[in-house]
Design a protein around this ligand. Sequence first.
Ligand code: 5AD
Length: 345
Amino acid sequence: MDQLIKRLRDEQTLPEEDLRILLSAEDDASLEALCLQARQVREQYYGLKVYIRGLIELTNICKNDCYYCGIRRSNRDVVRYRLSHEQVLECCAHGYGLGFRTFVLQGGEDPYWTSDRLVTLIQEIRQSYSDCAITLSIGEWKRVDYERFYAAGANRFLLRHETFDPEHYAVLHPREMSAEHRQHCLRQLKEIGFQTGTGIMVGSPEQTIDHLIRDIRFIEELKPQMIGLGPFLPHKQTPFAGKPAGSLQLTLRLLAILRLMHPEALIPSTTALATLHPEGRLRGILAGCNVVMPNLSPLEQRKKYELYNDKAALGAEAAEGLSLLADQLASIGYELSYERGDSLR
Ligand code: 5AD
C-alpha cells in the first residue's frame, strides 16, 4: 500500500486497478498514510495557509428537481427566498469588513436571476471590490451567458459534475438533466477562462467504486482549478430521505487521492463534511484541503438554504465565526489566510 501511495504522489496518476485498491481499502493505516502524503504535497505548494471564501446564498428557488437536493422544485415545504441586489451588496460589504476577498454567489436556478440581472449584480460587485475574486455557483447556462458573466467581472465558477457516468447521473437527476450537458458546460467555462471547479458527492445512492474511478478520470482530463467534494447527506423531504449518508472515511480517502493527483488545486473542506462529523472540517484539512467557505448569507435566510438536513451554518461555519475557525486551524498547525488565494494552475 505504501508503495502505491508513493507512486501516486510521484506520478500524480495511477492505473485503474491501483486506484481501485486505494479506494476499496477500509483500514485506518492506509487512510493515514494517504493523508500524510497529501498534507506534505499541499504544504509544498500552498504552505500551511487555508483560504477563506464568503458564501452568499442568493436564492433557494430552483427550477430543477434533483432527487438528492433539499431545495428541489418539488419540495413544497421549503420557505422560499431570494436576496435582493441590495442584500447581496450588503453581504459583500459585511464580508469585506470581516476580511473576505472572495465572494461566492451560490443559488438555485431561479428564473428571477436572469442573465441581465446577474450581469448587473456582478458589475456592481466588481466596481466596489476591485481587489476581490467573484465566484459563481449558479448552475447551467448557455455559453453566451457564461461569457457575459466573465466579461462583467466574475473570475471563478463552481459547477459539480456530481457523477460522470450517464446512467448513475440519471439515478440522481430527472430526465431533463444530463451528465453530458453538465460536462459540456464545464468545458465551456474552462475555455472562457474561468477558474473552474467541479466535484461530486461521495456515497450518493447507487454510487460504486467504478463510478468514482470515472469521476477521477474526468477530473484528470478537465484539470479544474478547484475540486469540491463532500459526503452525500439525505434530506427528509426528498426521494432519497431513507438513504444512508456517505462515509467520512471514503470522503477523506478521495480528498487525499485528489490532492496527490492535483497538487495545485484549491480543494475546500466542505460544509457537508463538517455536517457529517464534528471533526469533519479539520479532518478535511488534514487530508489535504486548503480552502474553507464560511457562510455570509443573512442570518434569517441561512436555515432556508437547506440542501441537506442540519446543514452547519453557525460557529466556525459562519463568517462571524472566523476567529473560532482560525483557532481551530491553529490547533492543528494551519493558518487562516485573508489573501484572495487564486489557483496556482
Ligand atoms: N448532500 C450532499 N451534498 C448535496 N448537494 C446538494 N444536495 C446535497 C445533499 N443532499 C451538493 C451538490 C451541489 C452542491 C451545491 O451541493 O453536489 O452541487
